[in-house]
Every structure is written in C-alpha cells, then in structure tokens.
Write a protein that binds this ligand. Structure first.
Ligand code: 13P
Length: 348
C-alpha cells in the first residue's frame, strides 16, 4: 500500500468546491427511478442516461471530483464507443466503483440487514483498478425503529457490529489494492424517530465503525467517510430546522470522527434536493473543522436531471442543465456560499 498516493486521491475527492456524484444505483434501484419517469430500464437507456450526466462538460469539470459507478456502468462504452470511464477521466473527475453486493437478512435480528460482498472482493478490486477505478464504496444500512421499551430496539448491537466489521474488512482490502475506500454506514431517515434518536444511533454506529477500522489497521488518511446527517426521521412530527441539523451533525462528527480522515462526503438519504444543499451549506458556514465536508449525493443530484430528461434524447441538454444547476448549488454549499434565492436561477 502506498499511503501517500491514497491520501492524494482522498484529498482530490474532497477538493474545495467539489463533490461526488453517486451514480451507482443497482439495477433494481435505477429501475425504480426510471419507473417514476416512465422510462424502461434497459441497458441502453441506463447507458444513455448516465452518458448524458458524464458529458455535462462544465458541470463535471467545475463541481464533480469523482463519480461512483455500478459494475454494469464501469464496463460500458458511450454511444460512440468511448468507455464511459474515459469520459469521466477526461472531465478531470476520478472514476469510483460500488463494490458491495447489497444486503441480506441478518439471522437472529428480525428486520435487520447485513451488507455482503467480501468473497472474491480482492480479485474484483484488482480488475476495477485496471479499468481505472481509484476509489470504491460500500454501504451499510442501519434501520432505526422501536425505543427499546419492548426489548426490541432497532438497531441491535449485533447489526451495528457485523456491519462495522464488514465495512472495515472492505476498507482494508481496498487499501491493499491501492483503492481509496468510501466507508458508508448509513443510518436511515425512514422512520418516525426524532433527531435526538438519530444522533444517538449514529454515534453508536460511527464509534463502532472507527473501532473496527482501527482493529483492522485501516489507514484513516487514505479513506473517506460517507455518513448520514443527524436529522429527524421523515415521518417524525417535529422536523428539526436547518440550523439544528447542521449544529447536531457537526457535534456528532466532532465526537466520533478522527481528524486524520481527510474528508466527509454526505449521502442525501431521501432529503429534498434543497434541504440536502441547505444542510451542507449551514455546516460549512460553521467552519473550523478538521476535515473537508462535501456531498456524495445520488438522489439530491439526479432527481432533477432525471425528470428533465425523461428518457428522450431531445431532452439531453435540459437534463444536463438541471444537473449543472444542482451540482453548482452543492458546490457553493461546500464553501458555505449557497443562498436560497440562487435556486430560482435554475432555468437560466
Ligand atoms: P443518496 O444521496 O440518494 O442517499 O445516495 C447516495 C448513495 O450513494 C447511497 O449509497
């Protein structure tokens, strides 16, 4: 492992004013997104859609540091035969790859999941590196439910432990293959829990994750953390303000994330496009942090371009404009320079 080079890539992933485009939806997830815009999820449509994003010239160049790809996409060529990976590289962004293989039910823990995909991971990483991937992603999913009074609090210690263990095993394998791991322990915002409960669960998850990373000798300088924010559950009656989300998320991260980690790139997790931007902006306004804070958004970067494109080649320019707008808004948020009234410029 060459840690200096890993650190260089990690810093480039969180370069000032830039963030990651998470375009690594599995076939099942992209089908759901395409269903919502009445587009059939064929291999060609998936390619055309992603090619449109990767070819949005200035937006990619100015605001996107790297793109997380799905296995299908990393091997795909653009319509003119150019590998999609080359198009990403030509824009100055770094290609990355999602390497987990989804989730499975966790035995003895009803309703909870463990992320799988460690078998043969070393060999797969080698092939991805040869194809151009310089970073990878593995997502653990932690559900929040119950308050423990009935003895069935979710998440269980078991789910937190096995997922943290797997994240660290993945991260160590990545670094051995000279690939920067994005470590993503996602606490879902799907329930009716309040922000305090999200904070408490996220703290346990992050602490366990960093404990496992230490045990497995992962070099923190050569990784990126992709966490959820401390945020109210979607169905919680009391929704925390932008300021509260920013303040609590910063407090959470300061308590749990060592300063040796070069950067933190948030997931959007089902927040509205504008909320995801406003939260990132408010955190960067607080400032004085040991790590760079940026975005690694899927839905919050792609919902608008998907809608604008809607599967029609003649809408490609409109899709690219919608993508450029969201990318620019999030780039401003990386510097604490976003303002709500800039959102009106989207048609410009
Ligand atoms: P969302 O921003 O849509 O949550 O996706 C980010 C991601 O990569 C989840 O693994």
């Amino acid at each position: 492992m060459n840690l200096a080079d890993l650190n260089k890539v990690a810093l480039a992933m969180v370069a000032p004013g830039k963030g990651l485009l998470a375009a690594d939806e599995s076939s099942g997830t992209i089908k759901k997104r395409f269903d919502a815009i009445n587009v059939e999820s064929t291999e060609e449509n998936r390619r055309d859609y992603r090619e449109m994003l990767f070819r949005s010239g200035e937006a990619m160049k100015q605001y996107i540091s790297g793109v997380i790809l799905y296995d299908e996409t990393i091997w795909q060529n653009a319509k003119d035969g150019t590998p999609l990976v080359k198009i990403i590289e030509q824009s100055g962004a770094i290609p990355g790859i999602k390497v987990d293989e989804g989730t499975q039910a966790l035995p003895n823990c009803p309703g909870e999941l463990v992320t799988v995909g460690l078998d043969k991971l070393a060999e797969r990483l080698k092939k991805y590196y040869e194809r151009g991937a310089r970073f990878a992603k593995w997502r653990a999913v932690i559900d929040v439910g119950g308050d423990g009074t009935d003895g069935r609090a979710v998440p269980t210690m078991t789910a937190i432990h096995v997922n943290a263990h797997a994240l660290a095993r993945y991260a160590a394998l990545c670094q051995a293959a000279q690939i920067v791991p994005i470590v993503e322990p996602e606490v879902l915002m799907d329930g009716d829990h309040d922000i305090e409960r999200c904070y408490e669960v996220s703290q346990r998850v992050l602490n366990k994750t960093f404990q496992e990373l230490r045990i497995q000798r992962v070099a923190l300088e050569g990784m990126i953390l992709k966490p959820n924010m401390a945020i109210s559950g979607k169905k919680c009656a009391k929704q925390a303000s932008v300021e509260e989300v920013a303040e609590k998320t910063i407090r959470l991260l300061k308590a749990c994330v060592p300063a040796a980690v070069p950067g933190i790139a948030f997931l959007s997790g089902g927040q509205s496009d504008e909320d995801a931007t406003a939260h990132l902006d408010a955190m960067n306004r607080i400032g004085g942090l040991p790590w760079r804070l940026t975005f690694s958004y899927g839905r919050a970067l792609q919902a608008a371009p998907q809608k604008a494109w809607s599967g029609k080649a003649e809408n490609a320019a409109a899709g690219q404009r919608a993508f450029a707008h969201r990318a620019r808004m999030n780039s401003l948020a990386c510097n604490g320079e976003w303002q709500a009234d800039l959102e009106k410029q989207k048609a410009a």
